[in-house]
Design a protein around this ligand. Structure first.
Ligand SMILES: Nc1ncnc2c1ncn2[C@@H]1O[C@H](COP(=O)(O)OP(=O)(O)OP(=O)(O)O)[C@@H](O)[C@H]1O
Ligand SMILES: [Mg+2]
Length: 314
């Protein structure tokens, strides 16, 4: 990575000398002014240990929610989500983006910040594909603990949950929806020039099959649930995170409709420097931090993993 960024006359033979080589190549060593970052991190550690940790109560079920206390940036995204969900009463939102970009962390941070605006908060991960029956039963027990209904039928449970979401204001976060999705290609052989069908488009003689995002067998009820919450009138919000856009969202979303999607891009160089600092790299130069940020497109997970290469650099 660094060799491709450095001018031609700099040859990287020994990675442990990269910092010196960068200086030789004209990158003046300028240590980041990260004392304030250190201060912020220390303050945050203090705050996390002082405050009670995210605690589940009868009205707040945080499930497998990750710790989002070490969180940098995403101010624009948090503001956007608050505008959509708190002001414009958007009912269905999906956070999209590549693996490691920060969808899960942002969803937790957002839920923590807005929890007082809701009667119920339910945060659930679909990462390990819990069974539909268990999932909907659990949601029902939270939003309607008194109700005894026949939960043999999933549709019955779902319509009862939707009813509850009309009478109470709930935020349900479903993380890692992509775990129950798969991309199915349709293998159409017909070749009609200029025809665009739902899953296949033909341009001249070139027949392109577009992937269709579908639910894994046994998880179709989630599609029903997502569509139901997007289509019906209620006062709650379903926030999804996914690497792929579920087809219900594609059909329902619009700038002035109550279904929206937000695509996450990478963090900026300052936020990346904070992440490196929090990993213990206190002597990261601005240039080095920029190179890492550019190389990984600001992906926080990749930057965290950079420590393996980076520890060889400094
Ligand atoms: N804004 C942020 N500030 C600090 N760290 C972050 C931030 N966003 C994400 N991270 C860190 O980056 C890593 C990946 O984040 P996260 O799990 O949220 O990504 P993701 O988009 O949900 O990935 P996946 O698609 O694999 O589920 C985590 O270790 C997380 O703590
Ligand atoms: Mg995730």
């Amino acid at each position: 990575m660094l060799s491709s960024q450095a001018p031609d006359y700099v040859k990287v033979k020994n990675w442990s000398r990269v910092t010196q080589l960068l200086e030789k190549a004209g990158y003046k060593k300028h240590w980041l002014q990260i004392e304030s970052a250190t201060h912020n991190i220390n303050e945050r550690i203090k705050k996390t240990t002082e405050l009670p940790r995210m605690k589940s109560t009868p009205t707040q079920d945080w499930g497998e929610a990750v710790d989002a206390s070490f969180f940098y940036g995403r101010t624009r995204e948090l503001t956007q989500l608050k505008k959509w969900i708190l002001q414009e009463q958007v009912r269905l939102v999906v956070l999209l983006g590549m693996g490691g970009i920060g969808k899960t962390t942002l969803s937790v941070k957002f839920a923590e910040e807005v929890k007082d605006n809701f009667d119920y908060i339910i945060w659930r991960s679909l990462r390990f594909s819990p069974s539909s029956e268990v999932f909907f039963q659990q949601v029902l027990e939270i939003v309607s603990p008194q109700t005894r209904i026949n939960t043999q039928s999933l549709s019955n449970s779902i319509s009862h949950i939707v009813d509850c979401l009309r009478s109470s204001r709930c935020l349900i976060v479903l993380d890692h929806v992509d775990s129950i999705l798969y991309s199915a290609l349709s293998y159409k052989t017909e070749n009609y020039s200029g025809i665009l069908t739902s899953n296949s488009t033909t341009m001249g003689n070139l027949n392109i099959d577009l992937p269709q995002i579908q639910y894994l067998r046994g998880y179709e009820a989630f599609g029903e649930f997502i569509q139901g919450l997007g289509e019906s009138q209620h006062q709650s919000c379903l926030l999804l995170t996914s690497r792929e856009k579920p087809q219900e969202i594609a059909a329902l979303e619009g700038d002035s409709l109550p279904t929206r999607s937000l695509k996450l891009t990478g963090l900026n160089e300052v936020q990346c420097a904070y992440i490196l600092k929090s990993k213990g790299f206190s002597t990261v130069s601005e240039k080095e931090s920029d190179l890492i940020m550019e190389c990984y497109g600001g992906n926080p997970l990749f930057i965290k993993l950079e420590e393996y290469c980076y520890s060889g650099i400094i």
